[in-house]
Design a protein around this ligand. Structure first.
Ligand SMILES: O=P(O)(O)OC[C@H](O)CO
Length: 190
C-alpha cells in the first residue's frame, strides 16, 4: 500500500462541497423557472448552468487532487438527479414537456439510486462513462427546453437521445449489479 492509498480523504473537501452546493441551488432554480417573464426564465437558465458546471468541476477536482470519497461517489449522482429531476418535473408541471418523458427518466434515476444504495454493503457503484454522457445529454435537452424560441424538433432530437442513453445505461447498471451480487455471494461461499 503506498502513501496515497493510506491517505484518509475528508468528505468535506472542495469536490464534495461543490456537489452539496449543486443540491442547494435546486430550489432557487425551480423558483426562477416558475416566475413569469423572460427575465426569470433566463435567471433559471443561469442557475441551471452554474449548477451543471459544478457537476463537471467536482468530478474533475476529485480526480485531479485525489479527493475521491465514497460520500462523493454516492452524493454526486444524487445531486445530478435532484437537479435534472427538478427541471423535468417543473417543465412537465408548466405543460412544456410530456409527463411520460419525465416519468421514464425519473423511473430510471430512482431505480438506479435505490440499486446503488441497496448494494452499498457489497460495494459502491460509481457513475459509469455512459452515465456521465447521459447526464450531459439530459442537461443539454433541458437547456433547450428552458431557452425561449428553440424549435421543437431540436428539443425532441436531443431529448430523444437523452431518453435512449438514460434507459440503456440503466440496463447496464442492472447487469453490473447482478454480476456484483453473485460475485459477493461466491466470495462468501453462499
Ligand atoms: O447514471 P448515473 O446514475 O451513474 O449518474 C451519472 C452521474 O449523474 C454523472 O455525473
Amino acid at each position: 500500500m503506498n502513501k496515497d492509498e493510506r491517505r484518509v480523504v475528508s468528505p468535506w473537501n472542495i469536490a464534495n462541497v461543490l456537489t452539496v452546493a449543486r443540491l442547494a441551488l435546486v430550489p432557487f432554480f425551480v423558483v426562477c423557472l416558475f416566475l413569469p417573464g423572460t427575465g426569470w426564465r433566463l435567471a433559471a437558465l443561469g442557475v441551471f448552468a452554474v449548477a451543471s458546471i459544478t457537476d463537471h468541476l467536482d468530478g474533475e477536482l476529485a480526480r485531479r487532487y485525489g479527493l475521491i470519497t465514497d460520500f462523493g461517489k454516492i452524493a454526486d449522482p444524487i445531486a445530478d438527479k435532484a437537479l435534472t429531476g427538478a427541471a423535468l418535473v417543473s417543465l412537465s408541471l408548466l405543460g412544456e414537456l410530456g409527463w411520460w418523458v419525465t416519468i421514464v427518466i425519473l423511473g430510471r434515476e430512482l431505480g438506479i439510486t435505490l440499486l446503488r444504495l441497496g448494494l452499498l454493503r457489497h460495494a459502491v457503484i460509481p457513475a459509469s462513462y455512459g452515465g456521465k454522457v447521459k447526464t450531459v445529454l439530459q442537461i443539454a435537452a433541458i437547456v433547450l427546453y428552458i431557452l425561449p424560441g428553440v424549435p421543437d424538433v431540436a428539443r425532441w432530437v436531443v431529448m430523444g437521445a437523452a431518453l435512449v442513453v438514460t434507459v440503456g445505461t440503466g440496463a447496464d447498471y442492472v447487469i453490473r449489479a447482478i454480476k456484483l451480487r453473485s460475485l459477493a455471494k461466491r466470495v462468501r461461499g453462499e
